[in-house]
Design a protein around this ligand. Structure first.
Ligand SMILES: Nc1nc2c(c(=O)[nH]1)N[C@H]1C(S)=C(S)[C@@H](COP(=O)(O)OP(=O)(O)OC[C@H]3O[C@@H](n4cnc5c(=O)[nH]c(N)nc54)[C@H](O)[C@@H]3O)O[C@H]1N2
Ligand SMILES: Nc1nc2c(c(=O)[nH]1)N[C@H]1C(S)=C(S)[C@@H](COP(=O)(O)OP(=O)(O)OC[C@H]3O[C@@H](n4cnc5c(=O)[nH]c(N)nc54)[C@H](O)[C@@H]3O)O[C@H]1N2
Ligand code: SF4
Ligand SMILES: [Mo]
Length: 720
């Protein structure tokens, strides 16, 4: 029995998962055992409001899981790379590795990286990281310094939000949006490609409050999410056609003269150009109905309601920009509140991301100038993380220069989350590729590691964090000692830099040094945001400008815009094109792969995180291992619920079980992201997705994927 004492302390931490809500978390720690015994949402945080989502409420099951990676390990001589089998997350893979000390691990990594750099040039080393933690230090600080100083290839971190982020900035010049708390004042709320209940639950109470006061909620999503099921209206749009819908709404608004001419004159640029294009018959309700699958009269009704209800808020999330023309779609949707002046009203406007409200000084913590102290003495080449398959399987990483000879993965599970998975795995299997993985668990990527290093969780580290769904800066205190020999990202890369012989003083910076550096800015929005105050208060609101009543109304006046024109930018006028890989696109013409595939996130996991935790698997059981399809498509293929099916296209083939339901319309099928090795057959949904990039921001196009489905004989249970 673990010792139980009555002496406990409560520590303020911040959930570091890649989620807009960035919750304040109170961790109760037993003073005697040093164990965290309870997690709760911080009641003092105005957006967290005392509750955590289902995933993180059960977080201690993850932190103290018997499957945690606790020690450095090395692949045993002769043990092949790749999964040891399917259907388990820690069993035989442990047999492929042997425990080593941190000293041995750091020595071996330093020796191998030095040798590879000497033979092939430092650009043959590729870091691969994303948002395992979004704390400022954990996401990118000492690691960046390390790879810049080494002269390694730079990674363009595009896998999530660059299409939408750059699109939003092209219209507004900055990623800002409606405060989540102000949604309570809205009278009409549109959740546009936003699964609020699954991905952004802390917005929901404010929406509920608005609805109690009479607001309507409309959801635009090709999938009937829980948010859609709870809404007043669900518009099941054809995937990848959101730009058409937004342009169609503009067509109606401008033809009916429902726009706000005063606001447009004061705050926008390019209105006449936009008007000339969108009033054309191309974007008539009938034409837009044909593209989107939403009836013409609904489009007219939606546009009228949008323009005449005040205040109106759009919660736009990143779902619509994971599509070939997703950048254009975000630009078009983002222009709607500029035409109606929705920003003028508290509770109006749009929220895609609020991350631009945080003027963190990441240049100070990341030090890109260290590239010039590397042996290259210049900026190194850039590899797009979406194209990892190409990078690992071509002679020049797909971008020119040496082949990738070393891959250093942290904060990410690319074997599961990167598109065109079969190429990714083929690359990771290469015997001549030296792979280091810093992880909390035996992920799909860990299966390909030569050296595996144990990583700390956010309870075990100190960090400072912003948010992309609210406007509070927060400090995350270290609540417990790292488990086993786990180390934080900052500790790992500081240790490794010294082992490589990097003598710069910056590699000795502590977490507090880094926090001070990232807060060093003269930007007025960070006035009063200091480490001392964050230590004391846990969360501090940004000093955003307010109006006379104290409300923060972004883009209510021209002063807010950061575009070159200093106004909301309506040019170039967005143009709708159907994605090549969609039913309306050229790839559909052969008829070989007639169905549009939505390889969606799981409501109870965080991308691939939590997929191996039993508590979370139970919550996710209904849609795990499942292909959801409409009766029309099922009947045409002789499929009924429960049948074993294979989903395939020119890139891959995966096995799932069919569930015939109304969650998707005819022509669309859907499945969830999971760990490969926990899937029924080799590979997860990303075996089917492509490395094609978005129109803006070089992002991924997971939601522009065509497939065919066929019924197959039930497999024998996998041999264990
Ligand atoms: N539970 C849970 N929460 C999460 C995550 C998770 O994996 N699980 N992931 C986190 C991450 S990484 C992110 S980036 C955030 C934001 O996450 P989002 O980017 O908002 O998440 P998605 O679920 O990809 O997309 C949102 C919705 O868009 C819909 N969609 C797909 N294609 C289209 C389209 O063409 N048009 C329209 N209108 N809708 C479309 C999807 O069906 C989905 O319901 O959420 C975070 N929160
Ligand atoms: N088909 C499909 N694919 C997708 C998506 C989709 O919707 N559909 N979504 C895409 C999106 S939006 C995103 S953001 C990406 C997400 O892709 P990733 O950023 O790779 O996200 P996760 O799958 O959550 O994997 C993060 C890993 O980091 C580890 N980790 C957590 N904290 C730390 C730490 O402090 N240090 C280290 N070293 N490791 C840590 C976790 O254990 C976990 O295994 O996936 C993308 N892929
Ligand atoms: S995953 Fe999101 S909603 Fe859940 S606790 Fe973390 S920040 Fe909050
Ligand atoms: Mo993401």
């Amino acid at each position: 029995m673990p010792e139980v004492s009555t002496a406990t302390r409560v520590v303020h931490a911040v959930c570091s998962h890649d989620c807009p809500d960035s919750c304040g978390v109170l961790v109760t720690v037993d003073e005697v055992s040093g164990r965290a015994v309870k997690l709760q949402g911080d009641p003092a945080h105005p957006v967290t409001r005392g509750f955590l989502c289902g995933k993180v409420a059960k977080y201690l099951d993850r932190v103290y899981s018997p499957d945690r990676l606790l020690y450095p390990m090395r692949r045993r001589l002769g043990a092949p790379k790749g999964p040891a089998g399917y259907g388990h997350a820690k069993g035989r893979e442990a047999d492929s590795f042997e425990r080593i000390t941190w000293d041995e691990a750091l020595d071996e990594i330093a020796a191998r990286l030095n040798k590879i750099a000497a033979e092939h040039g430092p650009e043959s080393i590729l870091p691969y990281s994303y948002a395992g933690t979004i704390g400022q230090l954990g996401y990118g600080s000492m690691d960046r310094r390390f790879f810049y100083r080494l002269g390694a290839s730079q990674l363009n971190r595009t896998i999530c939000s660059t299409a939408g982020g750059e699109a939003l900035e092209s219209v507004y010049g900055v990623k800002l949006g409606t405060d989540p708390r102000d949604f309570r004042h809205a009278k009409l709320i549109i959740a546009w490609g936003a699964n609020i209940h699954g991905n952004n639950i802390h917005l929901w109470p404010f929406i509920e409050e608005a609805r109690h006061a009479g607001a309507r909620l409309i959801v635009i999503d090709p999938y009937r999410t829980r948010t859609a099921a709870l809404a007043d209206e669900h518009l099941a749009i054809n995937p990848g056609t959101d730009a058409a819908l937004a342009l169609g709404m503009m067509h109606v608004i401008l033809n009916m003269e429902l726009h706000d001419a005063d606001y447009i004159a004061q705050c926008t640029h390019g209105f006449e150009e936009l008007r000339a294009e969108v009033v054309k018959s191309e974007y008539s309700p009938d034409n837009v109905a044909a593209a989107t699958g939403i009836p013409a009269e609904t489009i007219v009704r939606l546009a009228r309601a949008y323009a005449t209800t005040k205040p109106t808020a759009i919660r736009l999330n990143y779902g619509i920009q994971r599509s070939e023309n997703g950048g254009t779609a975000v630009r078009a949707v983002a222009m709607l509140p500029l035409l109606t002046g929705a920003w003028k009203h508290q509770g109006g406007g749009l929220q895609l991301s609020t991350s631009g409200a945080f003027p963190f000084n990441s240049k100070a913590t990341q030090m890109p100038e260290l590239m010039y102290s590397s042996p290259l003495a210049r900026a190194s080449r850039v590899v797009n993380m979406v194209r990892l398959g190409e990078a690992l399987t071509s002679q020049d990483a797909g971008v020119g220069g040496p082949p990738v000879k070393a891959l250093f993965v942290y904060n990410s599970n690319p074997a599961a989350v990167a598109p065109n998975q079969n190429d990714v795995l083929r690359g990771m299997l290469r015997d001549d590729l030296f792979t280091v993985v810093h992880e909390q668990f035996f992920t799909d990527t860990a299966d390909y590691a030569d050296i595996l290093l144990p990583a700390a969780t956010f309870l075990e580290t100190k960090d400072v964090q912003g948010a992309y769904g609210h406007n509070f800066a927060q400090l995350s205190q270290q609540a417990i000692a790292p488990l086993g020999e786990a180390r934080s990202n900052v500790a790992l890369f500081g240790d490794l830099a010294r082992r490589m012989g990097f003598t710069e003083a910056c590699f000795h910076d502590t977490e507090d040094d880094l926090i001070d550096q990232v807060l060093t800015t003269s930007h007025p929005w960070f006035a009063g945001v200091t480490r001392a105050r964050l230590e004391q208060e846990g969360q501090v609101p940004l000093a955003l400008p307010t109006d006379a009543s104290g409300a923060v109304l972004p883009f209510s006046t021209a002063a807010w815009f950061r575009t070159p024109s200093g106004r909301g930018e309506l040019t170039p006028v967005p143009v709708f094109h159907a994605p090549v890989e969609s039913r309306g696109g050229t790839a559909a013409r052969s008829g070989e792969y007639p169905l549009e595939f939505l390889p969606r996130k799981a409501d109870n996991y965080m991308n691939s995180t939590f997929a191996n935790i039993e508590t979370h698997q139970k919550m996710q059981a209904r849609t795990a291992g499942v292909l959801e399809m409409h009766q029309t498509d099922a009947a045409a293929r002789g499929i009924v619920s429960g049948d074993a099916v294979e989903i395939f296209n020119g890139r891959g083939r995966i096995a799932l079980h069919a569930v015939v339901n109304e969650q998707v319309a005819a022509g669309v099928v859907s499945a969830r992201l999971d760990w490969n090795k926990l899937s029924a057959g080799a590979g997860n949904v990303n075996a089917l997705t492509s490395e094609r990039l978005t129109d803006i921001g070089e992002g991924p196009t997971f939601y522009s994927t065509l497939v065919e489905v066929q019924k197959v004989p039930e497999r024998m249970p996998a041999e264990s």
